[in-house]
Design a protein around this ligand. Structure first.
Ligand code: SF4
Length: 234
């Protein structure tokens, strides 16, 4: 199936968003994830695809979010150089990228590469939940048992994953509150059926929809993806 790789988000935190392709997530173990399958080991092929996708960017909101079914570190160098060039050409001042914990030590240098030209980079990480046991024994996220304030030294924004058996109103509320306290934005993803053994739990999703969706849907700092294509990509 052909993926849609460019969209404009014109509500909260207005931005353009592109789904680029990298050479593959270096973690690949998260039990709920099958989107890491969108990769190609050939960086030249990735660059050709990314160039086409990036040609859609207009700079309409001066903000661009770049995702690539993995981490910024999986993108080839030519793509990164092209993103910077597009920022110059289109007047883009803020970039959002994603990163897994294993690339945390690359973030500072990566941000500096852009900030020396007055482009701010925000890094989002899929933390999924701040419940360490749930995250590491069930999701296999590969993030150590450290305080959220330690995670916030590397990551500006987080993603949470809700709609899984074992999660409760209290656990989801707690995850949102921690996110809002320590990070500038949070993106809540509701689990949808995919090729992995982790299945969405309709009851948990119902609790989220009835109790939390209404409460947070208008919060400027919160994005909620009921379907993982709600940003118009994927
Ligand atoms: S780090 Fe991201 S892309 Fe990699 S397996 Fe986990 S959720 Fe999937």
């Amino acid at each position: 199936m052909e993926l849609n790789r460019y969209s404009i988000i014109s509500q909260k935190n207005k931005r353009e968003i592109v789904l680029l392709r990298g050479n593959g997530c270096k973690w690949k173990k998260c039990r709920f994830c099958d989107y890491h399958l969108d990769f190609n080991p050939d960086n030249n092929k990735n660059y050709e695809l990314n160039k086409t996708v990036l040609s859609n960017v207009t700079g309409i909101y001066k903000v661009l979010e770049v995702i690539n079914s993995g981490s910024f570190a999986d993108l080839d160098e030519k793509t990164i150089v092209l993103i910077k060039k597009i920022c110059f050409e289109k007047g883009i001042k803020t970039l959002h990228f994603e990163s897994h914990w294993i690339h945390k030590d690359l973030i500072k240098k990566f941000k500096e590469y852009f900030s020396k030209d007055n482009i701010t980079v925000k890094i989002k990480s899929g933390i999924e939940t701040f419940d360490y046991n749930f995250r590491e024994k069930y999701f296999l996220k590969g993030i150590p048992n450290i305080h959220p304030s330690e995670l916030a030294k590397y990551f500006d924004e987080v993603c949470l994953l809700f709609g899984i058996s074992g999660q409760t109103l209290g656990s989801m509320e707690n995850d949102i509150q921690i996110s809002l306290k320590y990070f500038s934005r949070v993106c809540i993803n509701i689990m949808t059926e995919n090729k992995t053994p982790i299945k969405p739990d309709k009851e948990v999703i119902k609790i989220f929809r009835e109790k939390l969706y209404k409460k947070y849907k208008d919060c400027e700092k919160v994005d909620i993806l009921i379907e993982n294509t709600d940003f118009g990509i994927g």
